[in-house]
Each structure stands twice: as C-alpha cells, then as structure tokens.
Write a protein that binds this ligand. Structure first.
Ligand SMILES: *Cc1c(COP(=O)(O)O)cnc(C)c1O
Length: 218
C-alpha cells in the first residue's frame, strides 16, 4: 500500500510536469469508502492525510477515532448527500464535492449558519447528462452558484464523474472550461482509471480508491 502511494505520487508529478503545472497544486484524495480502519491506518502512517468517503454515516462511524490520533486529517464527502444529512455532513467534513441542487444548498446554508463553520464545497455537474447520476445540468450552474452565494455556501470549484466506459478527456476539458467561465479555481476530477489525464486537463483534486487500496469487494 505504501508502494502504491509512492507510485501514484510519482505519476502525479509526471502528469503535472507534462502539463507545466506544479504537483503541489494537485491534492490526492484517498477514497477510503468501504475500507476498514485497519486498511486506512497504513496510509496514515505513510503520511497521507486527505481522505474521501461517500456516505455520511459510514464516515461518522469510522473517522472520529482516527481524527483523534491525527488531528490534521482532511475529510472530503464525495458521494451524494441527502438534505436531511446536511448538518451532520457540515459537522464532519472539511470539503463537500456533491452540491447539486437548490434544496441541498438551502439545507447546507442553514447547517453552516448554525454550526458557525463552512466546508469548502464543489458544485457537482452531470457532464454526461446521465439520468441515474447526481450532479446538476450544465444549464443550471449559473443559477445554483448565485443561490449558493446567497445561502452562504462557499463554492470553490466544479466536480464531475464522467460517463463510464468512454473517453473521459472531453468531459474533463468541458469541466475545466465551465469552471473558468464561472471564475472557479478548483476542479475535482479524475479517479484510478484516468487521473493522469485529469491532471493534464487541470484537475486540482483527484479521487483515488482502487489504485491505493485494491479492488473493492462491495
Ligand atoms: C469511489 C469513487 C472514487 C474512486 O474511484 P476509484 O476508481 O476506486 O479510484 C472517486 N470518486 C467518486 C465520486 C467515487 O464514488
């Protein structure tokens, strides 16, 4: 596992160099969903501090103990978020990647106001216009950004999960273009299968599970 992280760091450096970017501008999010603490702790020992989970409840069960041991851990929520879990998500996560609709923005705004702390947020965009997937339509981005601003939800960038089984690069390029158009500095895109491409196309946050931990069983 320590070897895997070394290899990924080297690959990040290689892709960043080709693109004329600094590897320091790419944050590696270790996606630890479904992994037990015993599988995560070796990565903590290897110096990794940024982790991604896709379920609020799983993260709430798993992370408090490890955060007590490593207070500088940064937790990212990368999965879909129900509005009724907004308060719990704001309490636990430093970054939320799955903001995609007005009802959730309203709930997050209220949670942020009462918690007195705000996670950095990404607007998730359904770049392939896939019915089953989370994320807003491209045509909704401008309105949702305005609504997030009014609600006190800080949006720092755009996030996408491109359609599976097809070339991701055009979708990454599109997300980059959309972020630039709206003056957003951060781009959450790229997973195990395609992160070097995502980095060459401007990703600032890559989300890697399988390459770090092996294939997920469930
Ligand atoms: C699981 C997941 C990942 C990690 O995918 P791998 O292919 O295992 O690297 C990245 N992003 C999201 C939103 C995920 O749910």
């Amino acid at each position: 596992m320590t070897k895997a992280i070394e290899e990924i760091r080297a690959e990040i450096a290689r892709a960043a160099k080709i693109a004329g970017r600094s590897a320091d501008d790419v944050s590696l999010i270790a996606v630890s969903k479904t992994r037990a603490a015993d599988d995560i702790r070796p990565l903590l020992a290897a110096g990794q501090r940024v982790f991604g989970e896709n379920r609020v409840q799983e993260a709430a069960d798993k992370w408090p103990e490890m955060i007590a041991d490593y207070p500088d851990i940064t937790l990212h929520l990368i999965g879909q978020l129900q509005s009724n879990k907004a308060a719990e998500a704001v309490a636990l996560f430093d970054v939320i990647h799955s903001v995609d609709r007005l009802s959730l923005i309203t709930a997050l705004g209220q949670a942020i106001a009462s918690a007195g702390k705000a996670p950095d947020c990404f607007l998730q965009v359904n770049v392939g216009a896939e019915e089953q997937k989370g994320g807003c339509a491209i045509s909704e981005i401008a309105a949702l950004l305005t609504q997030a601003k009014a609600a006190g939800v800080p949006i720092i960038g755009l996030m996408c999960l491109p359609p599976a089984d097809t070339e991701a690069a055009p979708y990454f390029a599109l997300l980059h273009e959309l972020a630039q158009r709206h003056g957003l500095p951060a781009l959450s895109m790229g997973m195990t299968a395609d992160y070097p491409t995502a980095i060459m196309l401007g990703a600032t946050h890559i989300r890697i599970g399988t390459a770090l931990f092996g294939a997920r069983s469930g």
